[in-house]
Design a binder for this molecule. Structure first.
Ligand code: SF4
Length: 455
């Protein structure tokens, strides 16, 4: 069996499963956020009863992150609905925006968009926060009401996005009926060259197979190149499985996985026990592709979909209006570090927005110094509009007052993961997806640029 088949066999109490088979899978963690949480709660109460209790309050993780820093009263109210449900159900892991469990959340626009407006427990973008807070454990099953839940496949677990109806069921029953997906195998060999990032690996793969090329399939990674990838790199790659239609992504377990998970679970007091899975020698794949990492070059996914891949160096005629670094995929600490390496001591030529994925990323950028200056200050001095209000922000558009939202038909290069029409706001805007290094180089040039021009 492949890694995904082994995980689903274990979670369904079977010794063997086959692709196409329907199995009842026990959940280890159910994650929801402010956009889908209220709907999920509504389904749960409708189907299980107004007085029903969730299947396990220690396995439901609630992370408000999407429409937080906005004056939209309905969006603010969603966070309050989550808080009321957490109190009612005794849910253990709720990363609230505010500290007062009896309070209510109101964004204060008079304080501006850049200064922190959250309390001590707020955790930022759900997928990055799940990992930082030790909720992504090898060998487990994670369901989340968000399509990029697949990011946790970096940790050798089965992680997939589900809708509110399914999530309402999992909330009450702790399990879900799934069809076992076929597995595609991506063998990564060699090492990335300077200026080339993990984002380029996944843009290359989606470019090869198309934005529907992995529909309802598991995307399993292997090969000697995996060892050279950090956990942040693996998260970037796993995150975008859904941009090829994938059911999940899955990486092998190794020392890096163990080190990350052990540090994060200890720090946050989350359960530390886990049991990774290893593939069988006779695992069968429906598709195989070898990616030679040394040969990859900086890439860009042009509008209107993430599979529309071109080389950055071939797009130097494309003039840009805006650059954006942020999101679960592109707002991690390592993403900002690579971005800062390129813009350090230079000035961006176009409006450039920086939205860290989590408060931990903000802290790290503010407390890490290069030559007497924090990385945060290096970015700000280069002209990047950095906000402390970590969250999804403009990655998915959001309410019209969202920081960095593309409110006009602009050309924007972005370190995010999705570029279908309207994704970052305006329907006629054109979103070019690229690595943080390529976004940085393009922000400096005012046109699409290969980051190797600036190394
Ligand atoms: S940052 Fe973007 S892709 Fe990630 S969870 Fe938020 S909206 Fe979705």
């Amino acid at each position: 069996m492949t890694l995904t088949e082994k995980l689903l066999a274990r979670a369904s109490g079977k010794t063997k499963v086959e692709p196409g088979e329907g199995v009842w899978v026990k959940a280890d963690v159910l994650m929801t956020h402010d956009v889908c949480g209220p709907g999920t709660i509504g389904v749960f109460k409708r189907e299980f009863g107004a007085e029903a209790k969730v299947w396990d309050p220690s396995r439901i993780v609630i992370i408000p992150d999407h429409y937080i820093f906005t004056s939209d009263a309905k969006a603010n109210r969603n966070v309050d609905i989550l808080r009321e449900f957490v109190k009612e159900q005794g849910i253990v892991y709720f990363y609230d925006v505010i500290d007062d469990p009896d309070g209510s959340w109101r964004f204060d626009p008079s304080k501006g968009n850049l200064t922190r407006q959250y309390g001590a427990r707020y955790a930022g973008v759900c997928h990055t926060a799940l990992a930082e807070k030790g909720h992504t454990r090898p060998g487990e099953v994670l369901f989340g009401t968000d399509s990029h839940t697949c990011m946790a496949g970096a940790f050798n677990e089965f992680a997939t996005g589900i809708g509110n109806t399914d999530a309402g069921f999992v909330m009450g029953a702790g399990k879900l009926l799934l069809r076992v997906p076929e597995t595609m195998h991506f063998r990564l060999e060699g090492r990335l060259q300077p200026g080339v990032m993990a984002k380029d690996i996944i843009l290359h793969i989606i470019g090869e197979i198309g934005f529907d090329g992995a529909t309802y399939r598991a995307m399993q990674y292997g090969g000697s190149g995996v060892a050279g990838l950090s956990m942040d790199d693996r998260m970037t790659i796993a995150n975008m499985a859904i941009e090829a239609g994938g059911k999940n992504a899955i990486f092998p377990f190794d020392g890096r996985t163990a080190e990350y998970v052990e540090a994060r679970t200890r720090l946050n007091g989350t359960p530390q026990k886990y049991e990774p899975v290893e593939p069988d020698a006779d695992q069968k794949f429906c598709y195989e592709l070898t990616v030679e990492l040394d040969k990859l070059e900086p890439l860009v996914a042009c509008p209107p979909n993430p599979g529309n891949r071109k080389k950055a160096k071939e797009l130097s005629e494309v003039k840009l209006d805006r650059a954006y670094i942020g999101s679960c995929t592109g707002g991690k600490a390592s993403d900002f570090v690579e971005f800062a390496r390129i813009v350090r001591g230079r000035q961006v030529k176009i409006d450039t927005f920086g939205v860290p994925a989590t408060p931990d990323v903000v802290r790290l950028l503010r407390s890490t110094y290069w030559g007497g200056k924090s990385i945060w200050d290096i970015l700000a001095e280069a002209g990047v509009r950095m906000t402390e209000n970590a969250g999804c922000a403009a990655c998915l558009g959001g309410p019209s007052d969202t920081f960095g939202r593309v409110n006009a038909p602009l050309k924007c290069i972005s370190a995010t993961n999705r570029n279908f029409p309207g994704r970052m706001g305006h329907k006629q805007a054109q979103i070019f997806l690229a690595s943080p290094a390529t976004v940085a180089a393009s922000a400096l040039a005012g046109r699409i640029a290969d980051p190797r021009e600036f190394l």
